[in-house]
Write a protein that binds this ligand. Sequence first.
Ligand SMILES: CC(C)(COP(=O)(O)OP(=O)(O)OC[C@H]1O[C@@H](n2cnc3c(N)ncnc32)[C@H](O)[C@@H]1OP(=O)(O)O)[C@@H](O)C(=O)NCCC(=O)NCCS
Length: 193
Amino acid sequence: MTGRIPPASPTAHRPKDKETNPTMTPSWTTRPESAGDVAAIRDINLAAFPTPHEADLVEALRADPQAWLAGLSWLAEAPGGELAGYALLTRCHVGDSPALTLGPCAVKSEHQRRGAGSAAIRAALQAARERGENLVLVLGHAEYYPRFGFTPASGFGIRPPFDVEDKYMMALALNPEQPVPSGVIRYPAAFGV
Ligand SMILES: CC(C)(COP(=O)(O)OP(=O)(O)OC[C@H]1O[C@@H](n2cnc3c(N)ncnc32)[C@H](O)[C@@H]1OP(=O)(O)O)[C@@H](O)C(=O)NCCC(=O)NCCS
């Protein structure tokens, strides 16, 4: 994709269904990562996952100019300024057609299930939509990602380059007017698949 990346502005998010309990559901501010956030992003991923694999993956993706797209690495910040949630979109392909892969998505354990993950993911998807991106793929919790519009990738004729139960490999078309390629997903090298 060519052209200027539109500036992404911070946005406040409060889960609609939990507005009655502001103590439990902070209003998250989302923003794209900046140069000073690298260590905090590592900390979020280390806190959310049992091994450093995902924290290392983010850094390997950031070092790969074919995978990393400026403005598609998003943070959710608590009212006090603590960075709690993270969502990353990087370049992948379906066949020869460009697409995005979502992940890692991570929230510090003490902040999980309070909307930080949703806020970061929605903000990343919106930034991708504003860039004119369309197809987004995610491999993950089949009970979580459908809330953002993801459905099984097999429904688009898209399959991963490894065996996984159908429901875990999901896809989302950000702009239903655009055609969606079908074929096998090619991940950035950092994913090691
Ligand atoms: C998964 C994760 C990113 C979700 O972010 P979050 O801020 O905790 O979740 P949100 O507050 O946005 O959404 C809460 C909803 O997600 C669901 N949810 C959270 N974690 C889930 C999981 N592991 N599997 C399925 N659903 C999950 C909750 O049940 C809740 O559902 P409800 O709204 O129907 O009550 C976060 O919990 C996390 O970092 N988990 C550990 C790392 C991980 O599994 N990352 C994703 C890899 S695919």
